[in-house]
Design a protein around this ligand. Structure first.
Ligand SMILES: [Zn+2]
Length: 824
């Protein structure tokens, strides 16, 4: 008799906390400052920005700085004293940042954790008796050993239950042994990690030459915990590239969106049996802008003029002339001849000029025969100044005609773009697990696009010759969006290298002058619906000139609407990687919180969390296999746990709405440099060849493509997983003469649903949870006879013993164990 398989979705998450509004800074904060002065018709278009290394005291300062419109995304790192990273700023912005308390570090100040012990608080703590677990005040969260480029490192997270206590602050000391059976020593003070007012844990990363077997953590109030040291990325199987006939290294330079899309289409033509193009339905708003001029400086007499037509559709042909006429008592008038607009300025009784900026703007809007549909005073001005005549006609421009030195050759097509998705898989029938690789939501991140293209090339070129690749192509259904922000990416390539957002200008008049054009656009990875800024979550801005602008509404942008369309059209998509740069991080949920109280989006159940960690280790092991780049464990996990809250990101939406395992990747980033003994940070657009051992677009492309291939294998394994998980209570059923501590163990990443009240377990029963986030499962302290009833569900939805929790089933083949406590 054929057995019916029970496979269920594990998405029984609690509802999101209700919407609440959070006060934000005033819109229209001025990030370009007084330097954005605009001349008659010329605007200095040099990217007057530079990259500086900065340190912030913590998440609160990050929020303040972000809300003020600063560009501080990516490459940020938690450090013991706050958050360090890079900012793309002008000289004036730098002054403003300093005014907000931001510390500016020396250039190239690569971050390194202190690796010197700086004393301890005596031996008293170490002598304390270790309390039993339910009374413990100290727990080891993780202790990881890894090596890179000949150097060993130990990373430890530990928690004290007294961590939130303010006075006195509870300190933690860390010791390690030097291998099995050796004594503890090398006492050093751990760093306390506080975020949004909440104590998170203590943590340290430091160099060690010998792998320890155990660590010991002691709190200043006498709590002690020991823990075994685990390997991090040390036990990786050989990468696919180890096969001598494996083909790789297809991408030989950065690619602009036209090149990416044209290669995607070519691949679909060359490999029709395994590849096709799916066109996304919503066209982008386009690499295009209205033509503009700012006439008369920045004072009360200045007028900002914007064409009704796009620049390339006639706007760039318009001229505007403010004309002085002889005479007195003359009214303001407008003459239009072809695309030439002449404003005949009014004269007063004495023959002096008499038109204000407000009056001239109004005349242009209403009397230019439709050529000008937006004209207004400059920024917050009232427009009371008397407008001066121009020296002659002023040409309007969309400022898209400059070509950057060094940009790839080729004309940038203007206007809306249809984004092609390259779909690769032998069986594209919706039955194989789908994997969405989405690159370059953020325009200036060039390596994510080349990493994704390299991955696609490896699939199609190795399909016939490499057994592992054949298995991937036959068992997955992969969707590549090689650039999800083509308009912004073109702007980054050809006009303004630091562009992050798309090119849609949602700004009102006060921020609509051309001096603001590099500050327009929506941050596509803040434009989604779950845990969004519109819902009150932190890490997105309401300011239309902020680099984390969330947009006027959730899913306001075609690029984010498309992602939702794709995962709804292809519900077999169960995995997603949102590929960004740079930082050397791998993220999942939770990725956003409400700052007041630090209320995160719901945490994944323990089974999902364990599956994420297991998958991350597989993926990152393959990254490491290329040139020993280690994404360190402190940079892996829920993104708002280890870095910052990013409201409205795509990962939260896809996981919570569709049950998709949604990863976020910051490729590039810190690499250990044995010559200096420091970690060296990456950049958005590293030199393509660069230093192949350190910062190099080519090396990053190759190593992270290894990781994407492993993600496909994770998905293929998941799709083939028909095996039920098993679980047990440890220690198990039996007679105990004293209270006993018990916990669940599972044979693979799985979530346990249990009861202790005699009822049959269902999907509504309590879920076995972590003691706290990033920790293993909780410990139950059993003082009276208790019967546990439970079942487990793995990440693929297989249920232990094929139990059906949705039906009252006479077999009742869930698991059960009675802990009998007998008094002697
Ligand atoms: Zn990004």
């Amino acid at each position: 008799m054929r057995r019916t398989r029970q496979r269920i979705a594990l998405l029984a998450l609690p509802a999101l906390v209700g919407s609440m509004l959070v006060a934000t800074g005033p819109a229209g904060a001025d990030p370009t400052g007084p330097s954005a002065t605009v001349g008659q018709s010329h605007i200095d278009d040099r990217d007057a920005v530079r990259l500086v290394h900065i340190r912030l005291t913590g998440a609160d300062m990050l929020d303040t700085v972000t809300a003020a419109g600063f560009d501080l995304e990516h490459g940020l790192r938690r450090v013991p004293t706050g958050i360090e990273g890079e900012a793309v700023v002008t000289a004036e912005q730098l002054t403003a940042l300093k005014g907000m308390g931001v510390e500016v570090l020396a250039d190239d100040a690569g971050f390194a954790w202190a690796d010197e012990a700086d004393g301890g608080f005596g031996a008293a703590g170490a002598r304390a008796v270790q309390p039993s677990s339910h009374e413990a005040t100290v727990r080891v969260v993780r202790a990881d050993w890894f090596t890179t480029k000949g150097q060993g490192f130990l990373y430890v997270e530990a928690r004290t239950t007294e961590g939130q206590q303010a006075e006195p602050i509870v300190g933690m000391q860390l010791e390690n042994d030097s291998g099995k059976g050796s004594p503890f020593g090398f006492s050093r003070t751990m760093s306390r990690f506080v975020d949004s007012g909440q104590y998170m844990f203590h943590r340290n990363l430091f160099k060690l030459d010998t792998r320890p077997d155990k660590i010991r953590v002691t709190s200043s109030t006498g709590g002690v915990a020991t823990g075994a040291v685990s390997n991090w990325l040390e036990d990786a199987p050989p990468p696919l590239t180890a096969n001598p006939s494996y083909k790789s290294d297809f991408v030989d330079g950065y690619r602009h969106p036209q090149q990416l899309y044209s290669r995607a289409k070519e691949i679909a033509r060359q490999y029709p049996d395994i590849a096709e193009i799916v066109y996304l339905p919503n066209q982008t708003n386009g690499y295009q802008r209205k033509a503009q001029a700012q006439i008369g400086g920045t004072g009360q007499a200045a007028v900002v003029v914007t064409s009704a037509a796009w620049g390339h559709e006639g706007g760039n042909d318009i001229t505007v002339d403010f004309v002085d006429r002889p005479g007195a008592n003359l009214p303001l008038a407008v003459e239009v001849a072809g695309k030439a607009v002449r404003v005949l300025l009014a004269k007063d009784a004495a023959g002096g000029p008499a038109s204000t900026a407000t009056e001239v703007a109004e005349a242009l809007r209403t009397r230019s025969q439709g050529l000008i549909d937006r004209a207004h005073p400059y920024r917050a001005n009232e427009g009371t100044g008397i407008v001066a005549p121009t020296a002659g006609p002023v040409a309007l421009t969309d400022f898209l005609d400059q070509k950057r030195v060094g940009a790839p050759a080729g004309e940038v097509p203007r206007g809306p773009v249809t984004i092609p998705v390259l779909r690769i898989g032998k069986h594209r029938d919706g039955k194989k697990p789908g994997v969405l690789i989405q690159a370059q939501d953020h325009a200036r991140e060039w390596v994510p696009a080349t990493t994704s293209l390299e991955s696609a090339e490896r699939l199609v070129h190795n399909y016939r010759s490499d057994r592992e690749t054949k298995k991937i192509v036959e068992n997955t259904d992969v969707f590549f969006i090689l650039s999800n922000n083509p308009d912004g990416a073109n702007y980054s390539f050809y006009n303004f290298a630091s562009q992050r957002r798309n090119m849609t200008n949602h700004c009102p008049d006060a921020n609509a002058d051309p001096g603001r054009r590099n500050s327009w656009g929506v941050d596509l990875n803040r434009n989604y619906r779950v845990g969004s800024g519109h819902d009150g979550y932190a890490g997105a801005s309401t300011s239309c000139v902020s680099d984390t602008y969330q947009g006027p509404a959730e899913l306001s942008e075609p690029e984010s609407k498309n992602i939702i369309w794709l995962v709804e059209k292809y519900p077999n998509i169960k995995f997603m990687m949102s590929v960004h740069s740079n930082g050397g991080q791998l993220f999942w949920q939770p990725g956003a919180y409400i700052a007041d109280g630090r209320i995160t989006t719901p945490r994944p159940p323990l089974g999902d969390e364990a599956f994420y960690w297991q998958s991350a280790a597989r993926i990152l092991s393959q990254v490491k296999a290329h040139r020993e780049t280690v994404v360190t464990p402190e940079n892996v996990g829920g993104s708002s746990d280890v870095l910052y809250s990013s409201a409205g990101n795509v990962r939260e939406d896809l996981y919570h709405t569709y049950g998709i395992y949604a990863f976020g990747w910051e490729v590039g980033g810190s690499v250990y440099n044995p010559a200096t003994g420091d970690w060296q940070g990456g950049s958005f657009q590293p030199e393509w060849v660069g230093n192949p051992d350190l910062v190099s677009g080519h090396a990053e492309t190759m190593e992270y493509a290894n990781g994407i291939m492993e993600m496909f294998r994770v998905a293929a394994d998941w799709g083939r997983d028909k095996k039920d998980p098993t679980s047990q209570l440890v220690p198990g059923a039996g007679r105990y003469t004293k209270p006993v501590d018990v916990r669940f163990e599972t044979s693979e990443p799985a979530t346990v649903y249990y009861t202790t009240d005699g009822s049959r377990p269902t999907l509504e029963s309590p879920r076995y949870a972590a003691t706290e986030f990033r920790e293993p499962g909780q410990v139950f302290h059993v003082t009276e006879t208790t019967t546990f009833r439970w079942f487990s569900v793995d990440s693929a939805g297989n249920i232990e013993r094929n139990y059906d929790p949705t039906k009252s089933d006479r077999r009742n083949n869930y698991r059960t164990a009675t802990i009998k406590i007998v008094n002697r």
